[in-house]
Design a protein around this ligand. Structure first.
Ligand code: HEC
Ligand code: HEC
Ligand code: HEC
Ligand code: HEC
Ligand code: HEC
Ligand code: HEC
Length: 425
């Protein structure tokens, strides 16, 4: 009895873990494949219906029908299935992706487990919080402005006070002078008096002007720093400009595991990685209209750039206006650099040159793009020749050349990676 009991507890425990894992994996798969068109635990309609309560409305047995639908909804519709045709028509014959070949039956099981599980811990709170954050940054901006106003007011009041006190002092002086029979005091002009004061307090004046010059230079410096002029001079690492849209690589490439190539689709075919056009953003953001951190504000910028009106769902090309991203990695024009060569032939990872982009909310230049940086890596990195058809002939030649010598490393240097002409036009 006892054994039976603990065995069933154990079983429950393991199924619980197993179930949780399924649902976790399902959540991930849902995000990657479905979240673009469906809200998981609410009624909100995106491109497709919200999936809250879906198990109750589809034909029974629900899991079986849903698996068929998710793997190949087209086939199910064509087969004449009444419910499939009903929702298809209700949604104006909008096409759902066919996932056969992309998702396995087990993947679909995990997704269904995720849909059955209680909704993930409410994400509404972060939205509310971030709204506060936004207003508070707006407020600090505002208070910065009012600070300047305050300083100006204080200076103004001090000057007025000083002038009126000066007049009072002269008047009092003269009252005393009249009583004691001294001649009436003729006030100097204000300018002369200031001059006299400056000469008397020359040290204080010197220190004050030093401070003013220093503060001025510091804020000029900070401005330059912000604009990034400083980094352009030095191709320094650490350049991290604020972008026109708060696009986060952490959210996209990290949390949602979108492949770099999905957006930077030139990286394997050309010199340039390329920056995605707004159409690529719209593939997903037509569906995802609100961010957890930034609410609607940032999304509105995407729609504006695409000339898209989310209330009517229509595009107006004449209103489209490309997003002006600020370029972070800049090589001078006299340097030749190819992504294809490094990523496809050299089999390097993006991280080796760009740092851990998946953790960055804002892209930051992680390496100085100096000649020394390129050359050091070419000296140290071995060329991946084995199994790389690009190098079959060269490899045979080098093996012949260094025959008998041990510990020869075929670094990029050895294949001519330090020749000036390779990197300079
Ligand atoms: C490109 C958009 C799109 C994607 C991606 C998508 N769906 Fe759909 N889905 C739809 C549309 C649209 C419908 C409504 C039926 C129709 O028009 O075909 C639908 C219907 C459904 C239904 C039936 C809903 C109901 O109310 O009965 C389920 C369940 C479903 N989708 C699940 C999924 C799952 C799970 C995924 C991810 C593996 C997914 N969908 C991915 C667009 C999409
Ligand atoms: C060997 C180092 C290296 C590797 C590996 C590398 N990059 Fe780059 N990347 C650079 C350099 C250098 C630049 C600046 C190029 C320029 O200004 O012409 C750059 C620029 C970029 C840009 C700006 C647009 C452009 O093409 O100039 C993007 C986006 C980018 N890289 C993405 C990637 C991605 C994604 C990967 C991985 C698939 C990757 N990079 C791998 C060095 C590298
Ligand atoms: C493959 C789908 C996909 C593409 C393409 C895509 N996004 Fe996203 N984006 C997402 C998902 C998923 C989220 C997360 C939604 C959430 O959970 O808040 C998101 C969130 C965001 C957010 C809001 C972040 C927040 O939490 O407030 C912004 C802003 C954003 N994306 C901008 C862009 C821009 C700009 C592009 C085009 C360069 C783009 N996205 C392309 C899927 C995509
Ligand atoms: C959803 C689309 C999307 C995905 C996925 C994505 N990026 Fe980007 N990437 C962008 C956009 C948009 C910019 C320009 C705005 C910025 O710099 O943040 C950019 C800029 C960059 C830059 C800076 C380019 C420059 O010099 O201005 C690098 C480097 C980069 N991405 C690397 C990567 C890497 C590595 C990955 C994969 C781990 C990746 N990106 C995944 C959209 C994406
Ligand atoms: C992280 C290491 C690394 C860095 C940093 C790096 N490279 Fe390379 N580079 C390689 C590797 C590995 C290869 C060999 C690719 C191959 O197999 O052809 C290569 C090859 C090349 C080639 C082709 C050489 C040839 O003989 O065909 C050029 C040109 C080049 N790199 C330019 C640059 C420039 C310019 C920079 C700096 C902006 C740079 N590289 C930075 C690793 C690097
Ligand atoms: C692996 C690639 C690579 C090779 C090989 C290379 N350079 Fe460079 N070189 C660069 C890069 C990248 C820069 C840009 C550095 C910067 O802007 O700070 C540069 C800059 C320069 C500059 C301009 C310096 C400056 O401060 O703007 C000169 C001159 C130069 N290289 C000469 C040479 C000569 C001569 C050789 C052959 C002995 C050579 N380079 C080989 C990558 C290379």
């Amino acid at each position: 009895m006892n054994i039976k009991f603990s065995a069933s507890v154990l079983l429950l425990f393991f199924t619980q873990i197993f179930f949780a894992q399924n649902a976790d994996n399902g959540a991930k798969l849902f995000k990657q494949n479905c979240a673009v068109c469906h809200a998981s635990h609410s009624d909100q309609k995106l491109t497709g219906p919200g999936l809250k309560g879906v198990f109750d409305r589809v034909p029974k047995p629900a899991d079986e029908w849903l698996t068929k639908w998710i793997l190949n909804n087209e086939k199910l519709i064509k087969s004449g299935d009444a419910y499939a045709n009903k929702i298809y028509n209700e949604n104006n014959k909008a096409a759902m992706t066919v996932f056969e070949g992309q998702l396995s039956e087990n993947d679909v099981k995990d997704i269904l487990a995720f849909l059955k599980a209680p909704p993930p811990a409410s994400k509404n709170t972060p939205v509310a919080q971030s709204d506060n954050k936004q207003t508070s940054t707006a407020e600090t901006e505002k208070s910065k402005g009012s600070n300047y106003l305050l300083i100006f007011l204080v200076i103004f009041v001090l000057v007025v006070l000083w002038i009126s006190l000066r007049n009072v002092r002269i008047a009092l002086q003269n009252v005393v002078n009249v009583k004691t029979g001294k001649p009436i005091y003729e006030p100097q002009s204000i300018g002369d008096e200031i001059k006299e004061w400056l000469v008397k307090n020359n040290r204080l004046v010197f220190v004050l002007s030093l401070i003013i010059v220093f503060v001025g230079m510091k804020s000029c410096w900070d401005e330059l720093w912000k604009v990034g002029v400083y980094y352009d001079w030095k191709t320094q690492k650490g350049y991290k400009p604020e972008q026109p849209i708060k696009f986060s690589h952490k959210i996209h490439a990290g949390d949602n595991e979108i492949a770099c190539q999905y957006c930077h689709n030139g990286v394997e075919k050309s010199k340039h990685s390329g920056i995605p056009t707004v159409n690529i953003c719209m593939n997903c953001h037509k569906g995802i209209q609100e961010g957890h951190n930034t609410g609607k504000a940032e999304k509105a910028k995407i729609y504006a750039a695409a000339g898209y009106d989310p209330s009517t769902g229509k595009y107006d090309e004449s209103k489209a206006n490309p997003i002006r991203w600020i370029k972070v990695y800049n090589l001078p024009d006299h340097v030749y650099f190819s992504h294809q060569q490094h990523v496809v032939v050299g089999k390097l990872q993006c991280e080796q040159c760009h740092g851990n982009v998946k953790e960055m909310d804002v892209i930051e230049q992680k390496n100085p793009l100096t000649m020394k940086w390129c050359i050091n890596c070419h000296r140290e990195t071995e060329v991946q020749m084995a199994g790389n058809p690009y190098y079959d002939r060269l490899h045979a030649y080098l093996k012949e050349k260094y025959k008998g010598k041990r510990d020869v490393k075929f670094t990029v240097e050895k294949i001519g990676g330090l020749e000036c002409g390779k990197c300079h036009y």
